[in-house]
Design a protein around this ligand. Structure first.
Ligand code: COI
Length: 354
């Protein structure tokens, strides 16, 4: 793939204090764009100055949400080099998402090349301090100007980047989670396993409700029986009960997280039994009451590895451990961030240099 590069003539001021970045609030100097037109395929790959895009008000994305995205990060290592974490996994997941949404696929090599090229052009924007990284947001939108409910014949694939710190205001401190029993996120046959904007739009009402009640996030139950734990929306979720690890299986309603997969691989390599399957919320609450719910943590690109200190479900409250990050959660966080920032050897070949 050939990428045309047009550099900005008016670079923006970089953040003066990288400890106050927050998440996804400021954007770098450039963005990647590539168009798709039926008969022509994906074409015109370019890196251009970051700025507004012009779309027809009838573009399908505005009406029927034929849209999807990815989330990944670039890390600056102590020796100054910059690396990505398993970008091929994001590329493959985007292909699965495109397939479900009837969007033509982007070859894995082209996706990775586009991300690398953009991060390279904006490399001075990759934060220097511990815990901050360059959050990368690739996304695809349907741009055909027409109001019929059909697959678009025109798309744009765009990548933007945002120097970011922790996703939660709590940072690595444990969060409180509200188990949602009114709204549902996903049902079998739906779009729960892909990263489409519609899944997130539908989750906002529950998130706002939980936030007003003082929680950081919502834990979703399955959409059929409202019995089994699924995910937290911005992260997958794991439970350590009586020495073993449990997480929902990715069987159509749960997002197959890249961090989730990496944590399972690490946990297994350390000798833990990891169950990927159905786990009833009633069993989680019972384990808590019996003193067997040892740790709960979420995993995600933005959330990294995020400890949970409290789960509230209907009128029951589960307090986890002593309210502090547990030893397995801490070990996963240290190992994963150690590999991502190049502090630990990458024995799994997960990182890719920019
Ligand atoms: C990510 O972790 O990259 C995500 O896309 C989750 C998003 C809700 C911030």
């Amino acid at each position: 793939m050939e990428i045309r590069i047009e550099r900005t003539t008016a670079p923006k001021q970089k953040p003066a204090d990288e400890s106050k970045l927050g998440f996804g609030k400021i954007f770098t100097d450039h963005m990647f764009i590539m168009n798709y037109d039926e008969g022509q395929g994906w074409h015109d790959a370019r890196i251009v100055p970051y700025g507004p895009i012009v779309l027809d008000p009838s573009a399908s994305v505005f009406h029927y949400a034929q849209e999807c995205f990815e989330g990944m990060k670039a890390y600056r290592c102590a020796d100054g080099h910059i690396q990505l974490f398993r970008p091929d996994c994001n590329a493959k997941r985007l292909q699965d998402t495109h397939e479900r949404l009837c969007i033509p696929k982007i070859p894995v090599e082209d996706f990775v090349e586009a991300v690398r090229a953009l991060v390279d052009v904006d490399r001075d924007w990759v934060p220097h301090i511990d815990g901050a990284s360059l959050y990368i947001r690739p996304f695809t939108i349907a741009t055909m100007p027409q109001l019929g409910v059909h697959a678009s014949t025109m798309y744009q694939f765009i990548i933007i980047c945002s120097p970011s710190g922790a996703y939660y205001a709590e940072g690595i401190n444990p969060v409180k989670i509200y188990v949602e029993s009114e709204y549902v996120r996903a049902c079998p046959g739906g779009t729960g396993y892909i990263k489409c904007g519609g899944n997130y739009a539908a989750s906002i009402a529950a998130g706002e409700k939980a936030e007003k009640l003082g929680y950081s996030q919502v834990l979703w139950l399955d959409g059929v029986e409202r019995k089994y734990v699924e995910e937290v929306g911005s992260m997958n979720i794991f439970f350590k009960i009586d020495g073993e690890i449990y997480t929902a299986a990715c069987v159509g309603t749960v997002l197959p997280g890249v961090t989730r997969r990496s944590c399972i691989e690490l946990l297994k390599s350390w000798g833990y039994t990891v169950h990927e399957g159905k786990l009833a919320i009633a069993d989680v609450m019972k384990a808590a009451a019996d003193g067997k719910l040892e740790e709960v943590f979420g995993t995600g690109t933005a959330a990294v590895v995020s400890p949970v200190k409290q789960l509230d479900y209907e009128d029951q409250s589960a307090l986890i451990g002593d309210g502090k990050i547990g030893p397995v959660t801490q070990r996963l966080y240290d190992e994963l961030t150690g590999i991502q920032w190049g502090r630990l050897p990458d024995t799994h070949n997960w990182t890719v240099r920019v």
